[in-house]
Design a protein around this ligand. Structure first.
Ligand SMILES: Nc1ncnc2c1ncn2[C@@H]1O[C@H](COP(=O)(O)OP(=O)(O)OP(=O)(O)O)[C@@H](O)[C@H]1O
Length: 407
């Protein structure tokens, strides 16, 4: 087996990770006992490292990747998938049980809110501390200080102890230090989500600026953010890689598919009408999920039991994307609409021709209300999910058909 020092990292590759694994124990008592046993027997590095003992599990399992300057790796996955643990190993905060990490150059990291800061020191003193850790001289930090403080927009509070900063202020300072110190490798965990929109936009602008000279590893649950900056993705599940590659759209689709559920949620119900059946017609289904090709007709079949309505109500069908943003409303019915309505049931089909929603998973909310005064009778969220299939990757919610012709 080759020794860690023998591996030659080619010039361009800034991060090389090989077969990285980390196990944790679910129970404190066993964890302490194993820790003691490992200390005594000095098993670190032995073949036993690859085996799980009772109550242990793999938080990170056999992860490998390479990253060059200008590349941004997105780590995505459900809560507890192992993303932060992987980042902490990369940043040297915890040791792996197996595998190797080779990093080149200066590593900037924004991992946990406030981590890397001494809470009793001021923002200014922390900038000097962090700069020194990154290998900058006092003179070099002096020359960057004003830019960092201005970027963090903390001029007024820079001499206040960091323990009194708000979450957003800590993130501003952390990102300003990490990004303005010209890192070769920049590691960013979920923390950006704490900043306000203005700061997040500023961070993205900075990431765009430094990316050509930096390798970035970025963890987020926000798929718009991931798709905005990442050139490759690892989708983690229970520590292992479920998908790895540069097809960012495919990775995000897979991520969303894991959260697709048929659980509907009644949010308002006065008992006057009951949903009996809802389905999408003329589609193929995979694992119960209706699949439409881009440009297909959307045809929803609906039946309600009528308990007490005397008049035809209004039906509002809203389509949401997987981030739960409303993307479209189907035009509500009018009193003249051809809906089968009687004292027992209400039945109809609702058709939208040539649906041009972008690739991805969507859910449908239904509300039934009084046609005249809009008073609600029934509202059900996520009454069904469907998936739009398309070869074309698009991030805006619609891919609208367009014809190009001579003037
Ligand atoms: N020090 C620790 N001791 C024991 N278990 C730990 C420790 N740190 C993390 N874990 C466990 O490892 C697993 C992975 O956690 P991790 O924080 O890496 O997940 P994550 O993908 O970053 O999740 P999230 O999206 O919630 O931030 C979880 O089951 C967590 O409980």
């Amino acid at each position: 087996m080759s020794d860690k020092n023998e591996i030659v990292v080619d010039d361009e590759i800034l991060v090389r990770v090989e077969g990285l694994s980390k196990k944790f124990c679910k129970e404190l008592k066993s964890s302490l006992w194993y820790g003691l046993k490992d200390l005594v027997s000095g098993v670190s590095g032995s073949s036993e490292d690859r085996l799980l003992r009772p109550k242990e599990f793999w938080a990170v399992k056999d992860i490998s990747f390479e990253l060059r300057r200008g590349e941004c790796l997105g780590l995505i996955g459900h809560n507890g998938a192992g993303k932060s643990t992987l980042l902490k190993i990369l940043n040297g905060l915890i040791n792996p049980d197996a595998g190797k990490v080779i990093m080149k150059g200066r590593v900037g990291a924004l991992i946990e809110l406030g981590a890397g800061f001494n809470p009793i020191l001021s923002g200014r003193e922390n900038i000097y501390n962090n700069g020194a850790i990154l290998g900058f001289s006092r003179k070099e930090i002096d020359s960057k200080l004003d830019t960092i403080i201005a970027f963090a927009e903390l001029e007024e509070f820079i001499d206040m102890p960091v323990q009194h900063y708000s979450s957003g202020m800590k993130v501003r300072l952390g990102f300003a230090v990490a990004a303005q110190m010209e890192p070769d490798v920049l590691i960013i965990d979920e923390v950006l989500a704490v900043g306000d929109l203005g700061f997040v936009l500023k961070c993205f602008k900075t990431i765009d600026t430094i990316l050509p000279n930096t390798a970035i590893i970025f963890v987020s649950h926000s798929m718009p953010m991931i798709s905005r900056i990442c050139s490759q993705i690892i989708l983690m599940e229970h520590g292992a890689s479920k998908f790895q590659g540069d097809d960012v759209g495919k990775a995000i689709d897979l991520y969303y598919t894991r959260f697709a559920s048929n659980d509907s949620n009644v949010v308002f119900d006065d008992g006057s009408v009951v949903l009996d059946k809802v389905d999408i017609l003329n589609v193929k289904k995979e694992h119960g999920l209706a699949q439409l090709n881009w440009g297909d007709d959307l045809c929803i079949d609906l039946s309600f039991k009528n308990r007490s309505l005397k008049k035809l109500p209004a039906f509002n069908i809203t389509i949401f994307d997987k981030e739960q943003r409303p993307v479209a409303l189907l035009t509500p019915n009018m009193s003249s609409s051809e809906i089968e309505f009687n004292t027992n049931e209400i039945r109809f089909k609702i058709i939208h021709k040539k649906l041009q929603l972008s690739k991805g998973i969507y859910s449908v909310n239904i509300s039934v209300s009084n046609l005249e005064n809009k008073a609600p009778f029934l509202r059900i969220n996520s009454v069904l999910d469907f998936q739009m299939i398309n070869d074309v990757e698009t991030w805006p919610p619609f891919l609208l058909e367009a014809n190009y012709s001579r003037k």
